[in-house]
Design a protein around this ligand. Structure first.
Ligand code: HEC
Ligand code: HEC
Ligand code: HEC
Ligand code: HEC
Length: 470
């Protein structure tokens, strides 16, 4: 440990404080107990404060030796803080905190577990930041969809340029500033939310990258950070809330008339006055079986709109307009009213050969061939995605369990879903075309984009789809 600390000092060009190292040794050898707050105070003043500031105004990183700790009582989750102080946590700055002085990350000094607990207590007592509103960000209300939005915003606002995160098992992003790989275990989310509202209040030059974000966008980014490094994060499911338990079909009927019928039509036939110019056409609700759909999808498409589920932006997001109770009520109305079963308004899906006017994929896609063998293992993996796991919605909900296009939503889409059982139509469609349509959606139709799906999964799906052709 000593060597690490000394080399850090050298890196910083601060030999003087090397005496502090001796002190650390001294204090820990006396086995400080957590409850011994005067001695904890001494440790902080004599050792920690030789690098960290505990008071003063926010200042540039280039004038500091270490991150400021005057808000340490609000910033961290206790288990992370203790882990950090006893040396069990991953480094935060891949290039060293002061990368202008040293290229090397230095090993942080460690204390005993009892000392770490004492320090955590001391921080909570003396370094609470009054600007941080307790309960401002409720981690128990973070939904999976919000985290997806946050992921998008994290990239759109360039956060990834300076802060690394983990994606599918690899570290991605620039190592310029603090690693956010463990953000969900590290930060107190109330602090993080306050930080995001104006980073300059904590660290000048830390980037005003969220300054143009709306509050929902900031919350989505914090939600995204809240799951980083957290195994089995428990997402909030809004459709289990009390609004849904007490939803009213009658109130939903009024909402449908006021907000949905101009496009979807008074009787759900997709023929409202505002429908004529729209491509894709508004869904024909009368031909859809809503009680067979996963609630998660139904909630997301109504609350967050078409775009959130890879569909057309012409399907608006209703959460802000009609609130959670309204969303719950209108969904109750859809489920009670539209049970599907009527023949599709357009060409029936099951016909074969099936008329096909799908836009042609760009040539670089058309040239692609499936790199996977049609092994039982891959076909089975494709089947699982098709039937259950594909996000935002499993294929069978439109294309049907048999692949003939007769899924719960299939009858309400114009044009209808592709009939995969129809060999006569499918044999002329190249692999690369199928690949492109799955990733990109079919513009102007109800076929959504599965943009986040991994290539390997798309190819597995294609193997499965091809196995359905007769
Ligand atoms: C030799 C200088 C030095 C000493 C002494 C030191 N630290 Fe640090 N500390 C750092 C640096 C530099 C970082 C930035 C992370 C890194 O590079 O390891 C850091 C990071 C931290 C962090 C995480 C800060 C954040 O929000 O990113 C905490 C908490 C912390 N130190 C607490 C302490 C405590 C408590 C003590 C005393 C027991 C202490 N440090 C002693 C230099 C020091
Ligand atoms: C140009 C580089 C850059 C970009 C882009 C950037 N940051 Fe930062 N960020 C910094 C720097 C520098 C700091 C100050 C902390 C430090 O000294 O490393 C910081 C600090 C932070 C901290 C506090 C770190 C800590 O533990 O004290 C968080 C959280 C954070 N940024 C999140 C974000 C988010 C979210 C975005 C995108 C909206 C973003 N950053 C974009 C450079 C950047
Ligand atoms: C401005 C026109 C418009 C209004 C108003 C509108 N929708 Fe839609 N809706 C659409 C369009 C267009 C689609 C088809 C989107 C697609 O397939 O990409 C759609 C599709 C849907 C779908 C089917 C999604 C799917 O996966 O195929 C549901 C459910 C839905 N809307 C519910 C509603 C509800 C409930 C309301 C009222 C609260 C409403 N819509 C109001 C235009 C509208
Ligand atoms: C919300 C309904 C819906 C869902 C869910 C859906 N599809 Fe589709 N799909 C359609 C519609 C509608 C079409 C017809 C589009 C057209 O005519 O261009 C279609 C067409 C296709 C085509 C035909 C491409 C072509 O070039 O002819 C493929 C392949 C396809 N879907 C694959 C999938 C896969 C794989 C999934 C699941 C990962 C899926 N679809 C999920 C509605 C859906």
């Amino acid at each position: 440990m000593q060597r690490g600390v000394i080399s850090m000092f050298r890196g910083l060009g601060v030999y003087v404080v090397a005496a502090g190292v001796l002190l650390v040794g001294l204090v820990s050898s006396q086995q400080l107990r957590a409850g011994d707050q005067p001695r904890v105070k001494e440790l902080i003043k004599n050792t920690c404060a030789s690098c960290h500031r505990f008071e003063g105004k926010p200042d540039s990183r280039f004038k500091l030796k270490a991150p400021d700790l005057m808000w340490a009582g609000s910033k961290y989750q206790r288990t992370w803080l203790i882990g950090w102080l006893i040396g069990k946590e991953a480094p935060l700055y891949a290039k060293g905190y002061r990368w202008d002085l040293s290229q090397e990350p230095a090993k942080h000094m460690t204390v005993s577990e009892a000392e770490a607990n004492g320090i955590a207590d001391y921080f909570e007592k003396h370094y609470k930041d009054r600007r941080v509103k307790v309960g401002a960000f409720d981690v128990s209300k973070v939904t999976a969809m919000e985290v997806e939005f946050g992921r998008g915003a994290y990239k759109a606002h360039a956060c990834i340029g300076c802060h690394v995160i983990e994606e599918n098992g690899t570290i991605v992003g620039g190592p310029q500033s603090a690693s956010l790989v463990e953000a969900g275990r590290r930060y107190n989310m109330d602090w993080l939310y306050r930080f995001g509202q104006n980073p300059q209040d904590f660290t000048p030059h830390s980037g005003e990258f969220l300054a143009d974000a709306t509050d929902p966008q900031l919350r989505a980014v914090i939600g995204f950070l809240a799951v980083q490094g957290v195994k089995d994060f428990k997402y909030y499911e809004p459709w289990t809330s009390k609004e849904f338990k007490t939803a009213s079909v009658d109130r939903g009927k009024l909402l449908y008339k006021e907000y949905c019928s101009q496009c979807h039509g008074a009787t759900g036939h997709g023929d409202g006055p505002a429908a004529s110019g729209l491509k894709p056409r508004p869904a024909v609700h009368a031909n859809m079986a809503f009680d067979k759909l996963p609630m998660e999808y139904l909630y997301n498409v109504v609350n967050h709109g078409g775009r959130a589920v890879g569909k057309s932006t012409s399907m608006p997001y209703w959460g802000l307009t009609i609130g959670q109770r309204g969303v719950a009520d209108v969904i109750a109305y859809l489920k009670a009213t539209f049970k599907g079963g009527a023949e599709a308004a357009g060409a029936p899906s099951g016909v074969c050969p099936q008329p096909r006017n799908t836009q042609q994929a760009p040539s670089e896609f058309l040239a692609k061939a499936n790199p996977l063998p049609a092994s039982a293992e891959h076909v089975q993996a494709g089947r699982k995605l098709y039937m259950e796991t594909a996000k935002p919605l499993a294929c069978m909900n439109c294309h049907g369990t048999r692949g003939d296009g007769a899924g719960p939503l299939g009858g309400g889409l114009i044009p209808p879903p592709r009939n995969f059982t129809c060999g006569a139509t499918m044999k002329d469609i190249p692999d690369g075309q199928l690949f492109w349509t799955i990733k990109n959606g079919s513009p102007g139709t109800g076929m959504m984009a599965f943009a986040d799906m991994r290539d390997q999964e798309v190819w597995q799906l294609i193997l499965y789809i091809r196995s359905l052709a007769q």
